[in-house]
Every structure is written in structure tokens, then in C-alpha cells.
Design a protein. Structure first.
Length: 421
């Protein structure tokens, strides 16, 4: 359940009518519901209650400061994948002890930043990275808690661009080599090996790949302990999918995922860390856009919106589906007709949906893309010099712009023309 519902025929975010926000902010804009964000975080926190655990929100899904503060206030940790994200997490008041650092290409500068500011653990992805981190830690007179990300070679059965747990993917070390790699890590003076990390992909709609990967993790935990390592934390990654298309079968619920985690890993006496991103933010946000034109083409009609691929790239990049609804609820029984829903950018790839059955819409009408809270605003660009799409947060009957739309002057003034030109 999210908090974007029709009331008296108008789409609301919690207690605020979407058109009221559009009138103040202008379109397009992202709109998030604080209640939904909180609810999704609690599904995981409650689901793991009784086990020592930390929910580390994968902030690459949506890293707005307001979102981070809201989740941080509930006790969330953060999974960061760059120095920039680390800085954002700290700026939002998240203490270093609640931040885990993932990613395959951490630079020395990023490592130093995390070690200086404080870090719960660094998730290592290769031997070269391991050696560099140890060197950096020693040079700073520190010992840093680490896990090694293992690649369990399971098929996450998701889109190829977001599958990460097969042996041909660039992530982690092959699980078959784990003992060797852990032996080296334990011998490096700057590292304190505290656990194991795995993350097999995103938008998983079946528990079985998780169950397979976590089963392998349980065996590896026993094996590594027998080898003398003090394995006390298991970082299980994120990846639980969300229902983008309501007509499809629904992905497993967080409560089911957590029950499975408890069943497979609950008796290992380890602290459990999970890194959900999409499930927390995805259905907590919509993208609101206005219809600019309805264009009758040869054999097909185009609904041209003021949102484009630069604002929401998921359909172009992953061929992903977003439900697109009229902000003013269509009358019951109104006939639907197929349209292509497109943005104004000069690329045919700027298409949100083809032959989508839509109610009659006209220029000036508002539409909302559902499930746009994750991997939406964070992936936006200013391609075609379209100002970075603003973000708005609703809580009960209040709303606030949490990232304003830049003006053209602000955009242009970021460029510098050399004096010699
Ligand atoms: C992207 C990512 C996540 C979050 O994945 P979701 O599908 O958004 O839950 C978690 N951990 C790591 C290491 C990631 O790269």
C-alpha cells in the first residue's frame, strides 16, 4: 500500500491534492510520501526484529537529503557506493557507524574519506582493492572493519543490466575462491575481517535466488569460521522487487523475505545487514507531468508530455514499465484507447510507453508515473538543457520542495568560457 490515492476524483499524496502542488511547483516534478517511506523502512526493521540487524538503505535509489534524514531518524543505516554518497549521508546526520561502503571501484581518496569520517564497514570486491584499503588504513594508523563480497553465481532472473550475482558479472569474488581471499584479507594489517557480503541484483521478483545465495552464505560462514575467521556480520545486499505493473503477479513481500532470512541465516549468531533501496523508495514516489500535446500520427496517437527521458530514464534504459495514470480520475466506464506516451527530447528513445491504453486526455491535463521514487530523480540529467527535475516531499497535509528546479541562468552559469577563447 502506498499513499497516492484518488480522493473525490483527484489524485492525492497523503492529504495533499497533486494539482495543488503542481500549481505551486510547476511540472514535471517528483513527489514523495513521507508516510510511505517510513512504512517501507519499518517493514524490514519489524521483519527482522529479534535478530541483531541493521537496515542500511541503499541510498543510490534516492539520495535526497530530506529522504536520508527521514530514514536516518528512524534508525536506518546507509549503504553508500561513492565518496559523494558518503558525504551526502554524513551531511544528513547519519553517523559513520551506520554507514557501509559498497562498490567495485573505490579510490584511495574515497577510502581516506570514509576512514577519516568513520565507517561501519567497507565491503571489498577484489584482491587489488583489499590491498589498497589495507595500505590506506595503515598509512592513517587505522584498522578498518571489512567484509568481502562473494559472487555466488546464482541467476537472479532479473533485467541483465541489474543482475549482479552471476559469475560473468563484474561484482565480488567467486565464492569458490573465498577461503583463499579471506586468508589474504586476514593477513593484511589494515583490515579487520568481520563478515561476508553478497548482493545478487535488483528488482528480484522471486525469493528462490535469494534463498539459494543465502544458503551458500550460511555454508561459507561455517567454513570460514572453521578456518579461524571471526565471521559475525552478514550483509545480504538489497534487491527485493516492487510491483511496477499491478496486473502482474506481485513480488514477495518484505515480511516473507525477512522470514526466509530468519529461516536460512537466523541460527548463525550473526548480525544481519540488509541494503534495500528500491523497495523503500520506489513506491514512495511518483513523477507528475503535464500533457503538452495530443498528436495524431499515422496509425498511432502520441501523448506528448513535459517530462522526458532525462527526468526518468528507466523506460529507455531498462525497457521498464511504469503505470501512468490521469491525476483527475477518469469516470467509470470511460473508453480507453492506445497511445504512445513520449517526452519532447530529440530521440526516439524518449518513449515512456507504447500502445498504452489510456483514458481521453487533453493538453494541460496532469498525469502521474507511479513507482518512480527509486532510480528516478537520482538518474535525471539536464540533457537538452532541461532543468534538473525538482523533488517535493509530502507529509500529512504539508508539502515542501526538497530540491528546487534550477533556473536557466543557474544552469548556464555553471559553464566557464576560457579567457583565451
Ligand atoms: C544497488 C544496490 C543495492 C540496492 O538494490 P535495490 O534493488 O534498490 O534494493 C544494495 N546493495 C548494493 C551493493 C547495491 O549495489
Amino acid at each position: 500500500m502506498d499513499h497516492f490515492l484518488y480522493r473525490n476524483g483527484v489524485l492525492h499524496a497523503e492529504d495533499v491534492a497533486v494539482p495543488d502542488i503542481a500549481a505551486v511547483v510547476g511540472t514535471p516534478f517528483y513527489l514523495y510520501s513521507a508516510a510511505t517511506l517510513r512504512r517501507h523502512y519499518r517493514l524490514f526493521a519489524d521483519g527482522l526484529e529479534g535478530l541483531p540487524h541493521l537496515v542500511c538503505y541503499a541510498m543510490k535509489a534516492n539520495s535526497n537529503q530530506a529522504v536520508l534524514k527521514l530514514l536516518g531518524d528512524l534508525g536506518a543505516g546507509m549503504d553508500v557506493v561513492s565518496g559523494g554518497e558518503y558525504a551526502r549521508a554524513r551531511a544528513a546526520g547519519i553517523p559513520g557507524e551506520r554507514i557501509v561502503f559498497s562498490g567495485i571501484g573505490k579510490t584511495r581518496a574515497e577510502m581516506r574519506m570514509a576512514l577519516e569520517g568513520g565507517i561501519r564497514q567497507v565491503n571489498l570486491e577484489s584482491e587489488p582493492e583489499m590491498r589498497v584499503l589495507s595500505e590506506v588504513a595503515v598509512s592513517m594508523g587505522k584498522v578498518v572493519p571489512v567484509t568481502v563480497r562473494v559472487n555466488p553465481d546464482v541467476d537472479a532472473k532479473t533485467h541483465e543490466k541489474i543482475a549482479t550475482g552471476k559469475k560473468e558479472n563484474k561484482f565480488g569474488i567467486p565464492i569458490a575462491r573465498a577461503r583463499e581471499v579471506y586468508a589474504e584479507a586476514a593477513a593484511l594489517p589494515g583490515l579487520d575481517v568481520v563478515g561476508i557480503d553478497v548482493h545478487i541484483g535488483s528488482q528480484l521478483t522471486d525469493l528462490q535466488p535469494f534463498r539459494d545465495a543465502y544458503g551458500l552464505l550460511a555454508s561459507l560462514t561455517r567454513q570460514l569460521r572453521a578456518d579461524g575467521h571471526d565471521i559475525r556480520r552478514l550483509d545480504l545486499g538489497g534487491g527485493l522487487g516492487i510491483p511496477y505493473e499491478r496486473s502482474n503477479s506481485a513480488p514477495p513481500l518484505p515480511v516473507e523475505y525477512c522470514a526466509m532470512v530468519r529461516e536460512v541465516l537466523g541460527d548463525l549468531d550473526c548480525e544481519i545487514e540488509i541494503e534495500p533501496g528500491r523497495l523503500i523508495a520506489g513506491n514512495a514516489g511518483i513523477l507528475v507531468s503535464e500533457v503538452i500535446y495530443l498528436k495524431h500520427g499515422e496509425g498511432r496517437d502520441f501523448l506528448i508530455l513535459d517530462a522526458a527521458m532525462n527526468d526518468l530514464i528507466r523506460p529507455s534504459m531498462y525497457s521498464s514499465y511504469h503505470e501512468i495514470v490521469a491525476v483527475h480520475e477518469p469516470a467509470a466506464g470511460v473508453p480507453l484507447a492506445p497511445v504512445d506516451i513520449v517526452g519532447p527530447v530529440c530521440e526516439s528513445g524518449d518513449t515512456f510507453a507504447r500502445d498504452r491504453a489510456m483514458p481521453p486526455l487533453a493538453a494541460g491535463d496532469l498525469v502521474a508515473f507511479r513507482s518512480a521514487g527509486a532510480y528516478g530523480a537520482v538518474m535525471a540529467s539536464e540533457y537538452n538543457t532541461r532543468p534538473l527535475v525538482p523533488e517535493v516531499l509530502v507529509q500529512d497535509d504539508q508539502f515542501a520542495v526538497i530540491r528546487p528546479r534550477p533556473t536557466f541562468d543557474e544552469i548556464i552559469s555553471r559553464d566557464r568560457v576560457p579567457a583565451w577563447l
